[in-house]
Design a protein around this ligand. Structure first.
Ligand SMILES: Nc1ncnc2c1ncn2[C@@H]1O[C@H](COP(=O)(O)OP(=O)(O)OP(=O)(O)O)[C@@H](O)[C@H]1O
Length: 268
């Protein structure tokens, strides 16, 4: 279990204010970041991961201030940056890179423990049987699941994902999100995931942080993501079904609302 605390975070790119005084604390939850394109989601994730330096503010992981690249923060990108010509297993194993030297890694001298960890991570994302398949021969959804496995092998305290299903069809997106949530829960890792798709967010999130023009517009739990909040975030999106079924979605103790139902409600 880990705690991420973001305190008064701001980021300026020249005249552009990408983030303005954003604060929140999350612990052992699957949190979804929502917001229009340009709202600051990627900037926030990049600041937490140390890829971007904030202009102001502080970030704490388990009460320790963090700055610069973090080896125990796993990041999953929309473009998964896998090595396509090698197997899912070898790609997953590169997650241990931060913990072993480059030479050992190139010679594939990773420890037995790392190798077992890579296979376990592939099992978590449902790809154990495909572990020796080349990534180039896998579907987009399977490739993203390899990306999740690679992040797990890093043994992260925090899992970040920036639009992990943006380029996938709805069915693959649901599968990938199911495995991402399962991975976070099984590994007891706090997760912060940015998503464009409100229906997917409502189905999988424990909590929702809405960003608008760099500012935090809301920070609400499951069941509190109302159409009014979504409208305030995006404008006139039809979100009737979210108001009707907010408290049952995405809870591993129940079966949740099927995505199709939510989508139909949104489209109705
Ligand atoms: N490296 C950069 N240099 C200059 N401006 C930037 C840079 N990165 C982001 N921005 C600006 O900061 C603002 C926030 O961008 P950011 O990418 O964080 O938003 P986002 O919510 O992730 O959007 P998207 O969903 O399109 O990725 C935007 O106005 C963007 O143009």
């Amino acid at each position: 279990m880990s705690t991420l605390k973001v305190e008064n975070l701001s980021k300026q790119y020249g005249d552009v204010t990408a983030l303005e005084d954003v604060s929140f604390e999350i612990e052992d939850e699957f949190v979804v970041l929502l917001g229009e394109s340009g709202a600051g989601k990627s900037t926030l994730l990049r600041c937490v991961n140390g890829l971007t330096e904030p202009t102001e503010g502080s970030i704490y992981l388990d009460n320790e201030e963090i700055s610069g690249s973090q080896t125990d923060v796993g990041m999953i990108f929309q473009q998964h940056n896998l090595v396509e010509g090698v197997s899912a297993y070898l790609n997953a194993l590169t997650g241990s890179l931060s913990r072993v030297s480059m030479l050992r890694s190139m010679l594939q001298w990773q420890s037995q423990e790392d190798k077992v960890r890579a296979l376990e991570a592939l099992e978590t994302v449902g790809l154990l049987e495909e572990s020796h398949q080349k990534v180039a021969q896998m579907s987009g959804g399977q490739q993203q699941r390899v990306g999740i496995a690679r992040a797990l092998v890093q043994d992260p305290r925090l899992l970040l994902a920036d639009e992990p299903v943006a380029s996938l069809d709805p069915s693959s997106a649901e599968t990938v999100m199911t495995y991402l949530r399962k991975a976070a829960k099984e590994h007891d890792v706090t997760a912060l995931v940015s998503l464009h798709q409100v229906n997917v967010a409502a189905h999988f999130g424990d909590r929702f942080i809405g960003l608008r023009e760099g500012q935090k517009l809301f920070d609400v739990g499951r069941g509190e993501l109302t159409p009014e909040l979504i409208d305030a975030l995006y404008g006139s999106v039809e979100t009737v079904s979210l108001a009707e079924q907010p408290s049952t979605v995405g809870n591993e103790q129940d079966e949740g609302v099927p995505l199709d139902d939510i989508e139909q409600g949104i489209e109705a």
